[in-house]
Design a protein around this ligand. Structure first.
Ligand SMILES: Cc1ncc(COP(=O)(O)O)c(C=O)c1O
Length: 455
């Protein structure tokens, strides 16, 4: 029996328009085309979306970790409609009110007084531009960028070079993009053999220091990393991010926080680095996803006063036709208002803490769970293993074990959409999810893990 039923505000018939299957006409991301099979989604509300046959799904991943406000948030939809009636588009050669408002609001939320914002279309181009700006501000047009293994920054060519992602690694040579990667702060399987979280975090920072020193700090433009949530599934030990901040400052290298997934309440703060206060404040940060709650595509690079000063008198050799698209910026402003008015950042912190307590209980209950990570906001990772002693993964990274594929399929048949990546279940529900819905989904997960173990 499905745990979800039709919502009262969901129209009985969604089929006012013919549903055109896209299986044979669209190239889909991250899949073998011949295997793509998915229902056509025709509507959504809060933490739910539903398909053309009226099947309702509880969204436990905010789709791609982006629908932080849930689906069809009324404030955002209204703002898009209002802005569309006034002005859909004007290039950034001209001013646009929603663009100005959103830039100011973002700088204020970040505490980037006298900083500036460059708007992009998504997360990948935000990261590319952050790298461009950091290099320009350092006076190193092709300066080194240090990133880490097991990271994800997007799939444009430069972003594949920046990402330590097994799926795209073979497509690009990072050295040709002046990118150097270092081992990750993955305490459960510490690449430095450390037995404690803190020691692993410390040695991971030391690895960045060694890499900067090997290249020579004078030739390194920036360190670019995800401060918390990410599809790589690593949640760094608490000393990692502040350690990076201290290190980069001491070497005169910029620190770029990729907040594309971790921002806008996902980790219980506006931006994940804020958990550390000023001790975590980066020089640049990139945003997308939750910036509009995915209602429209929009990304951004926020730079602090120092970087802004460097750029102020120089020609900026870059541009995007849709840079600061007024419709998308209006959606962004409305999204910021919704996070604030509905106290969603605090809500994420509270529900995330409760979710993490439950996940720790599940870890004790299920031998297939090796580790649970998260606890800061509505983001958590469950890592599945085949042997608790050796910690052998259920499948070699980054393959998804068949048992996990089956679990996700069973859950979907019961009306709950979970995200899996490799051996990981990544929990990142919309911040508006009802407590009861969250509890039901976790109870379902508990049951399906028991069935997996019994099989
Ligand atoms: C941390 C991080 N950075 C960058 C990106 C790329 O963003 P986009 O897909 O909008 O280009 C993603 C997407 O998942 C992400 O999680």
């Amino acid at each position: 029996m499905r745990i979800n039923v039709r919502l009262s505000n969901q129209p009985a018939s969604q089929n006012a328009f013919p549903v055109i299957p896209e299986r044979d006409s669209v190239l889909h991301s991250w899949c073998v085309q011949a295997q793509w099979q998915a229902p056509t989604i025709v509507g959504g509300r809060a933490a739910h979306f539903w398909d053309a046959d009226g099947n309702d799904y509880l969204d436990m991943s905010s789709l791609a970790g982006c629908s932080n406000l849930g689906h069809q948030h009324p404030t955002v939809v209204d703002a898009i409609r209002d802005q569309a009636e006034r002005l859909c588009f004007i290039t950034s050669a001209w001013g646009a009110q929603p663009r100005a408002e959103l830039a100011e609001a973002l700088l204020e939320k970040a505490g980037f007084k006298n900083g500036r914002v460059f708007f992009t279309v998504a997360g990948a181009d935000a990261n590319e531009h952050a790298v461009k700006f950091a290099r320009q501000a350092r006076g190193l047009p092709q300066g080194w960028i240090i990133t880490r293994d097991r990271s994800y920054h997007g799939t444009s060519y430069a972003c594949m070079a920046l990402s330590g992602d097994a799926r795209t690694r073979h497509q690009v040579d990072p050295e040709r993009y002046a990118v150097a990667r270092v081992p990750p702060p993955y305490a459960y399987r510490c690449p430095f053999g450390s037995s404690s979280e803190i020691e692993c975090g410390r040695r991971a920072v030391a690895a960045v220091a060694d890499e900067i020193d090997r290249k020579g700090a004078e030739s390194v433009a920036a360190v670019l990393m995800e401060p918390n949530a990410g599809t790589n599934g690593i949640v760094a030990p608490d000393n990692y991010w502040p350690g990076l901040r201290e290190l980069t400052r001491s070497r005169g290298v910029f620190l770029i926080a990729d907040e594309v997934m971790s921002g806008f309440g996902r980790c219980g703060e506006w931006f994940a680095w804020q958990r550390y206060g000023d001790a975590g404040k980066p020089d640049l940060m990139t945003l997308a996803k939750g910036l509009t709650g995915a209602h429209l595509p929009l990304g951004a690079v926020a730079v602090n006063e120092n970087v802004a000063k460097h750029l102020e008198k120089q020609m900026l050799f870059t541009g995007l036709t849709y840079c600061g698209h007024p419709l998308a910026c209006a959606a962004g402003m409305a999204a910021l208002r919704a996070y604030e008015d509905e106290k969603l950042i605090e809500r994420s912190r509270r529900l995330g803490a409760a979710m993490f307590v439950e996940l720790k209980r599940l870890r004790k209950q299920h031998r297939v769970i090796g580790d649970v990570r998260g606890g800061h906001g509505l983001f958590a990772v469950i890592e599945l293993i085949s042997d608790p002693i050796s910690r052998a993964p259920l499948a070699p990274w980054s393959q998804t074990p068949s048992q996990l594929t089956a679990l996700v399929k069973k859950a979907l048949d019961l009306g709950v959409s979970f995200a899996a990546r490799g051996n990981l279940i990544i929990l990142a529900p919309p911040l508006v999810i009802e407590e009861r819905e969250l509890n039901d989904a976790l109870a379902l997960l508990d049951r399906l893990l028991s069935e997996m173990e019994a099989a």
